[in-house]
Design a protein around this ligand. Structure first.
Ligand code: NAI
Length: 330
């Protein structure tokens, strides 16, 4: 049996975590032979911590073979001690009348200190996935704070995998294929309504997706459906997506750690100039993972339709960055 690794989850009393924790504990994320110690972080509010205790009672009641410890924390400096993998799910939701800048700033107050605490306390090879929205800019804030403490910004990702999985599912349904027969899907940019799900390089059973669907469907149905899927789920369920978000987080971290076997997955990673996206934002790119490292897929042709959409989502990310620029220097 391998040595247990420490997995930290923030927002542990929230609805995504209620799915996520149990998937991690059962081995879906790191494999059926990898024991875990769960570090569950929440806000220091008695009712919230009490609720989390209920979740811990349920974890106990599962008698998971892979769980070698469960900790409850409300201080990131204690909660990230020796962390190998961190899933930053807890975030400040938009309150009534809250402007975008206020939301970004409030989240900066969460993700800056968490980045700092990860650099101070976590394993130096820690891998961090930011799920809490606005995920890309929160990841940028955490990575920037952690870089001052010696971590590499490439250790911080933002989750666009839910958008990627939604895009795969929409195309599979349209073409009558199974999800596993769809390859080379890409979601570029921000996890927001400006994201660009791109079928230009995508294949269905090895055939170009664009030879199977027409441009009108791509523009009028596919792209808007994927972009607006979160809102559609809120309308139907009365709550935002939770189990699917947790499943996407499991997919992202599993692929990063265990590899993608040459397959492409969309990941929000620090922009490095690839495809004309200048450094300075965390941007959704097609990636391949191997030996615990990711690489952005290079050399893809970008047509004018894609270019315009990739630039629009980049512009939104630069605006988000501008709103919290002072926090990046703090
Ligand atoms: P939720 O409101 O059910 O739970 C969030 C939890 O985070 C709450 O229990 C809250 O107390 C906790 N929290 C807040 N600040 C914290 C801090 N500083 N430290 C630790 N815990 C903290 O929300 P839910 O549904 O679980 O969603 C969580 C986040 O994930 C939201 O920001 C949501 O917008 C985002 N999300 C992201 C998706 C993506 O694809 N990137 C998809 C779906 C949701």
């Amino acid at each position: 049996m391998k040595k247990p690794v420490k997995v930290a989850i923030t927002g542990a009393a929230g609805q995504i975590a209620y799915s996520l924790i149990f998937r991690i504990a059962s081995g879906s994320m790191l494999g059926p032979d990898q024991p875990v110690i769960l570090q569950l972080l929440e806000v220091p509010v008695p009712e919230v911590l009490e609720k989390l205790k209920g979740t811990v009672m349920e974890i106990d009641d599962c008698a998971f073979p892979l769980v070698h410890g469960v900790e409850i924390h409300s201080d990131p400096m204690a909660g990230f001690e020796g962390t190998d993998y961190a899933l930053l799910v807890g975030a400040r939701p938009r309150g009534p009348g809250m402007e975008r800048k206020d939301l970004l700033t409030a989240n900066g107050g969460i993700f800056g200190p968490q980045g700092k605490a990860l650099a101070a306390k976590a394993n130096k090879d820690v891998r961090v996935l930011v799920v809490g929205n606005p995920a890309n800019t929160n990841a940028l804030i955490a990575a920037t704070a952690a870089a001052r403490g010696g971590l590499d910004p490439k250790q911080f990702h933002a989750m666009v995998r839910l958008d990627h999985n939604r895009a795969v599912s929409q195309l599979a349904t349209k073409t009558g294929a199974h999800n596993t027969e769809i390859e080379k899907m890409i979601v570029w940019g921000n996890h927001s309504s400006t994201q660009y799900p791109d079928l230009s390089h995508c294949t269905v059973r090895g055939k170009p997706a664009k030879s199977l669907v027409d441009q009108a469907w791509i523009e009028k149905e596919f792209i808007p459906t994927v972009q607006q899927r979160g809102a559609a789920i809120i309308k139907a369920r009365g709550l935002s997506s939770a189990a699917s978000a947790a499943s996407a987080a499991v997919d992202h971290m599993r692929d990063w750690v265990l590899g993608t076997n040459g397959k492409w997955v969309s990941m929000g990673v620090p922009s490095d100039g690839s495809y004309g996206i200048k450094p300075g934002v965390v941007y959704g790119y097609p990636c391949i993972c191997k030996n615990g490292q990711y690489e952005i897929v290079q050399g893809l042709s970008i047509d004018a339709f894609s270019r315009a959409r990739m630039d629009a989502t980049d512009t939104e990310l630069r605006e988000e960055r501008a709103a919290i620029e002072d926090l990046l220097k703090a």
